[in-house]
Design a protein around this ligand. Structure first.
Ligand code: SF4
Length: 454
């Protein structure tokens, strides 16, 4: 065998949730430490290895990955490059098919095999013809990658996973099948990672998990999410701490108490409602009623009047009548969320909902989605307009997508504690710092403002 090459040029392509972003950042960090060179996706033709991390939560996201995999055929036939690795939860659902269909896919890895990925990638790159299957056959096993994300999308903000998998089995959701059973990370590992990120310049941490509120339940020693949140909030050097995602039935008053008493924990909450009809919530295997959900929202708002509240909602679930759908619309009117992540129901093979009677035609699902989004856009815009004239504390984390104002000034962007995006002209020395911005105009997706004294 010839001499082993020291490093390879790789390109990472990520779709899906923050978990995928975080996992990809750990992998790119691990490969960087091996001396491999990352090339941006605009220059992917220079890469010898493409790492695709994709999402399987909706059928459309899977189709996107499938068509992406097919794009490398011509180049593979010509140069036997690039080698493609498929990772993330989409690998768990499509991996076997991808390995057998595309000869350029040389490695597939489920999310619970991330710790074996760097060595696996080294092997498929070093040894021609090698093909590796690292799929998660045991939903309780976990091979972690002990890597602090020093290579990440944003220098000032970072994610930290606190738990893997999910045991809730909502009837529409593929996550428990592709990400395995619930497993909390040891608290000391989490705090060590937080400290290393702070030392690397991070000022805002988002704690991640499919259901962060269950954190510690599997330790059976009284550890709770509230106690972890308090510990993280008290780490030196952090400006802001956030967390996603919460599950309504597990979101308990002790968490609200920590949010209200620890100044760095942001008053922002994503609390997925999924439907406004109790009948549909039951079919979804969500273990709360609309009245219980509403009560929870009222108690959090009583403790945190400035709360930024977002939610996730599915329309067109099997058997959803017009009356059920109207209950979702009423919920949006009554609760007035700051933002709704809405989706038309998408069948996921292997989940109970995929074989439930009463599947709705695609047009009905999409028509309901449009009606729901129209209503919510108006709610969001009216909430945002109510902020015009107010002064917000903004953590400045990046350049605005449109880099310059019409006046030629540089535009930066940041977020309020309630998680609203604010765009304003400023000098880039403010990046990574908190400042005060007076809101001058509002759109439904962002606010505009100017820097002011407090
Ligand atoms: S809580 Fe329900 S929706 Fe969320 S990941 Fe678990 S099964 Fe899926």
């Amino acid at each position: 065998m010839g001499e082993r090459k020291q490093g390879y040029r790789f390109c990472v392509k990520v779709w899906g949730c923050q978990m995928n972003v975080y996992d990809s950042d750990r992998v790119r960090t691990a490969l960087g430490r091996r001396g491999w060179e990352e090339v941006p996706s605009e220059r992917e033709d220079d890469a010898e290895l493409i790492i695709i991390t994709g999402c399987s939560v909706r059928a459309k996201a899977e189709q996107k990955v499938w068509s992406e995999l097919g794009r490398y055929e011509a180049s593979w036939k010509k140069d036997r490059l690039p080698v493609v690795a498929l990772t993330g939860c989409v690998a768990q659902s499509l991996g076997k098919k991808a390995l057998s269909r595309f000869p350029w896919v040389r490695l597939v890895s489920g999310p619970r095999h991330i710790g074996l990925l760097p060595d696996g990638l080294q092997r498929v790159m070093d040894v021609p013809e090698t093909r590796l299957n690292l799929l998660d056959d045991d939903p309780r096993a976990f091979f972690d990658l002990d890597e602090v994300t020093v290579r990440r999308e944003n220098p000032y903000r970072a994610y930290v996973t606190i738990a893997h998998g999910c045991d809730n089995f909502c009837s529409y959701c593929i996550v428990p099948y592709v990400r395995g059973r619930f497993l909390s990370r040891p608290k000391d590992d989490i705090l060590r990672e937080v400290r290393a990120l702070v030392a690397d310049g991070v000022r805002e941490i988002t704690l991640l998990g499919q259901n962060v509120n269950s954190y510690g339940k599997d330790f059976k020693d009284g550890t709770s999410f509230a106690s972890l949140l308090r510990c993280v909030a008290r780490e030196d050097g952090l400006e802001r701490v956030r967390f996603v995602t919460s599950l309504p039935q597990d979101f308990t008053p002790d968490i609200v108490e920590v949010m209200a008493s620890e100044p760095v924990v942001c008053p922002s909450l994503n609390l997925p409602i999924q439907a406004g009809s109790d009948r549909i919530l039951k079919l979804m295997n969500r273990k709360y009623t609309y009245a219980e959900y509403l009560e929870k929202v009222r108690s959090v708002r009583a403790a945190l009047p400035e709360l930024g509240l977002t939610t996730d909602l599915i329309v067109g679930f099997p058997g959803e009548s017009e009356e059920d759908f109207q209950a979702s619309l009423s919920a949006l009117k009554e609760i007035r969320f700051d933002l709704v992540h809405s989706a038309a129901y998408s069948e996921r093979e292997g989940t109970p909902a995929a074989v439930m009677p009463g599947a709705l035609p695609q047009e009905v699902r999409l028509e309901r989605l449009t009606r729901l989004n129209t209503l919510q856009d108006a709610v969001t815009l009216s909430i945002n307009r109510g902020l015009v004239g107010k002064i917000c504390a903004v953590f400045v984390d990046s350049h605005a997508p449109k880099g310059l104002a019409p006046t030629g000034e540089r535009l930066l962007q940041g977020r309020t504690p309630t998680d609203k995006v604010v765009i304003f002209p400023a000098d880039e020395t403010l990046l990574g710092q908190c400042t005060h911005v007076k809101i001058t105009a509002a759109e439904s997706w962002c606010l505009h403002g100017e820097i002011t004294e407090k």
